[in-house]
Design a protein around this ligand. Sequence first.
Ligand code: GUN
Length: 283
Amino acid sequence: MINIIDGKKIAKKIRENIKEKALLLRQKSIIPTICVIIVGDNKASRSYVNSKHKACMQNEINSIIREFEENIKGEILLEEIDKLNNDKNIHGILVQLPLPKHINAMKVLEKISPEKDVDGFNPINVGKLNLGIATLIPCTPLGIIKLIESTKEDIEGKNALVIGRSNIVGKPVASLLLNKNATVTIAHSKTTNLKELVAEADIIVSCVGKAHFLTTDYVYKNNATIIDVGNNYKDGKLVGDVDFLNVKEKVKYISPVPGGVGPMTITMLMHNTLLACEDQINL
Ligand code: GUN
């Protein structure tokens, strides 16, 4: 039996819970607030930032957008982040990536106070995640785990295959799966035996970034769960890494694109902002 993992429905439920908690905080005059920084005029970044802003505002999370010119000096950006770090009314800080080439993105991420790092990209939070210490976790990986957990299948002891090794998705999702006692393999562009790995996998997280990369040319376990993180365009249409219509017949659970991981990412950003807020006011 195929089960489509409905990210939209799962995200909606979590958002209702977030809104309720945010309203309770507001009744105590605490307004959970995120500040999103955008540098330059990257169209895709602007669209992501606007979506984040809209979702936050709809769910009682206050969102402030700070825009800076493309040619802003790195040191000025660091000073601005420092001001936000010291502002008690700001609980979460997110710097939209990519940054212009003249700015050292790692220095910027390091500057964000780990307690306010709602993206979970500060190396201190990355280290904590790898050590299995509770911390703010990157939004897309956290959303992926929630989708896998929604199947109610065990993660412990399962073969989990992560295809893609980015700092934003592949590596953190692999850490999260490992922390949940899966046997984790990370495959990437230099992997030579992907077909064998796919055939052995109980859980597959695909973050390759190639439209319909996973086809029925691969053999899947019939009780496998596939989470498709792809965000690709094919013939003007948003599609995932997985040839959904054909592969869905071969596995037990699969998340679609759109309507799978996408709605979870912004939801987890709000979740992290609320967590950061509660932590900072010592709830
Ligand atoms: N650019 C693309 N994805 C992301 C993300 O998850 N966080 C930030 N800050 N920038 C991004």
